[in-house]
Structures are given as structure tokens and as C-alpha cells.
Design a binder for this molecule. Structure first.
Ligand SMILES: CC(C)(COP(=O)(O)OP(=O)(O)OC[C@H]1O[C@@H](n2cnc3c(N)ncnc32)[C@H](O)[C@@H]1OP(=O)(O)O)[C@@H](O)C(=O)NCCC(=O)NCCS
Length: 262
């Protein structure tokens, strides 16, 4: 994942004075604890039954959670292949080195996944009804489906704030434009809010105009931490932008507005 040119760390306090060292340490401890708690949740999807499946636009899919260090070999191969299909073009000459980085990021213990699987033909009405009736592990399928896309996200610190960072959002070409990307991003935003993260952030290649249009439609904005906003000259040299959607005043101030002091 590309890293933005960082502004200097900012200091803020509600009272408009410099916070004491004790206050700074307490705040840092509280934020670290939020991230630790969010990471400790084994399956974020369980808490959101409305996102266990998606039907419409000719698709019938269900969602499943995963961890970077627990991916099976076929799933790792699927991810690598889909990344190549979708991302080789927007990355251009940067792709060979980026592909290596992405292979390492894919299996990191802190990598969290939501997979989209399409129901196999064997999916029955009875199975569907059982799931609708709220049986335990509602999103567990009666028949194993095949993958059509995924999101890879992490709980991280950005500008000293806890955020969900979307590392990858990838749909197979045949599953694009059917509402699944929006559905997954809505879920990620719910996960972020439930875990008291200040924002959802992500990096997009400037050449990926489709993704830019998609995130703009979802009301993501170019973050004040993006190279083009840190320094327009550096921005011209970089091939990516950092986007964000914020959920509280502090995150808006730091990640959208780029205020030095609150
Ligand atoms: C980008 C991507 C994740 C979007 O997911 P998707 O499932 O195709 O998008 P959706 O069907 O959910 O679209 C959601 C909304 O965005 C809009 N949108 C999607 N692509 C758009 C585009 N190229 N231009 C304008 N609007 C677009 C849709 O019209 C839709 O609007 P609506 O809510 O009013 O109906 C998907 O196309 C994809 O995987 N692309 C290849 C990989 C990639 O580029 N990933 C992003 C890397 S940062």
C-alpha cells in the first residue's frame, strides 16, 4: 500500500491549549485500546445480519469473513489473480513491484477480509428460508459458493486517529456495476462506526478513473493527507490519491479539512 507524504503530527485540545503530556498519553492509550478491541473481534460480519446476503441485479450472493493469516492456497491464488486482472492496467509500469507488495499485504495477520460468494446451483429455497429464519451463523451457506469479489481492510492509526483502511476492494468484471461494491463499502462503514473508528480511508490510483467515480458517488473526498493536498508539486509526481469519509468532528478536521489545530 502506498504511503502518503505525511504532514507534521498535530497537537490539539478541546480547550484550545496545548494538552499536557499526561492528556496526550491517556488519549493515545484510549485510541490504542479502541484499535486493539476492534482487531480482537473475530468476525465483524456476525454483528450485521442485513449484510449477510445480497440479492438483486441478477445476483444472489452471501458474505463471509476471513483473516489474512488464515487464507487457504486457492483463496490466495484467487486474490492474486483478481488483483492482476483488475489492477495491472491502472498501475501500469508500477505493477510488478506493487504486485509483490500486495502479495505480502494479503497474508498479514492484521489483514481482515469480507468475501462475496455466489450461491452455487444447489442453493435451495429451503436453505434460503432457514437463513431468513435467523438460524445461527446465518451467513454460513448450505452449499459452498464461488468467490466473485472481496474487500481487505484493517484497523490502523492515521494522523493519530483510529480508522478503517480499505486496502483492496475488488469485484470480478462480471460482478461489477451491480451494487456489490457499494454494499461492501456500506458494511465497512458500519464496521468502522460500530468500532468507534473516526473514518474509512483508502488509496486509489489516479489512472483508475472508474474507482474514483465510484468513491465520489459514495461521497468519499480527497483527504488532506493525500500528496496532492499536502503539496501540489509532490502530488503531481505521485500516481495515487488518498480518499476518506469521516464520522466525527476531529476526524473531519484532521483528515478532510487538514486543520493544524482543533
Ligand atoms: C470499483 C468497484 C469496486 C465498484 O464496485 P461495483 O460493484 O462495480 O459498483 P456498484 O455497482 O456498487 O456502484 C455503486 C454506485 O457507484 C456508481 N459507479 C460505479 N462505477 C462507476 C463509474 N465508473 N462511474 C460513475 N459511477 C459509477 C454506480 O452507478 C452506483 O451508483 P448508484 O448507487 O446511484 O446506483 C468495482 O467496479 C471493481 O472492483 N473495479 C475493479 C477494481 C478496482 O478498481 N477497485 C478499486 C481499487 S481502489
Amino acid at each position: 500500500m502506498a504511503t502518503a507524504v505525511k504532514k507534521r503530527p498535530r497537537i490539539s485540545s478541546a480547550a484550545g491549549r496545548r494538552p499536557s503530556r499526561k492528556e496526550v498519553l491517556e488519549r493515545k492509550k484510549a485510541i490504542d485500546e479502541l484499535i486493539r478491541k476492534a482487531i480482537a473481534v473475530k468476525d465483524h460480519l456476525v454483528q450485521f445480519p442485513a449484510f449477510h446476503k445480497f440479492q438483486g441485479n441478477g445476483l444472489s450472493v452471501y458474505l463471509e469473513s476471513g483473516h489474512g493469516d488464515q487464507l487457504t492456497l486457492p483463496v490466495r491464488k484467487y486474490i492474486q489473480n483478481l488483483l492482476k486482472v483488475n489492477m495491472e492496467e491502472p498501475y501500469g509500469p508500477e505493477w510488478p513491484s506493487e504486485e509483490k507488495v500486495k502479495r505480502q499485504e494479503m497474508v498479514a495477520p492484521e489483514a481482515r477480509y469480507i468475501f462475496i460468494k455466489q450461491y452455487s446451483n444447489g442453493f435451495t429455497t429451503e436453505c434460503s428460508m432457514n437463513q431468513d429464519a435467523g438460524v445461527e451463523h446465518m451467513h454460513t451457506p448450505c452449499n459452498e459458493g464461488h468467490l466473485v469479489g472481496f474487500v481487505h481492510y484493517r484497523f490502523v492509526l492515521e494522523e493519530e486517529l483510529p480508522v478503517v483502511y480499505v486496502y483492496e476492494l475488488q469485484m470480478e468484471p462480471s460482478a461489477q456495476g451491480k451494487g456489490l461494491g457499494k454494499f461492501l463499502m456500506q458494511l465497512i462503514e458500519q464496521i468502522a462506526c460500530k468500532n468507534q473508528m473516526g473514518a474509512v480511508m483508502l488509496t486509489v490510483q489516479k489512472a483508475n478513473t472508474q474507482a474514483m467515480a465510484f468513491y465520489t458517488k459514495l461521497r468519499y473526498v480527497i483527504s488532506s493527507t493525500s500528496p496532492s493536498r499536502v503539496d501540489p508539486q509532490i502530488g503531481l509526481e505521485k500516481s495515487y490519491e488518498i480518499l476518506c469519509k469521516t464520522f466525527d468532528c476531529e476526524a473531519k478536521s484532521k483528515l478532510e479539512d487538514g486543520d493544524e489545530e482543533l
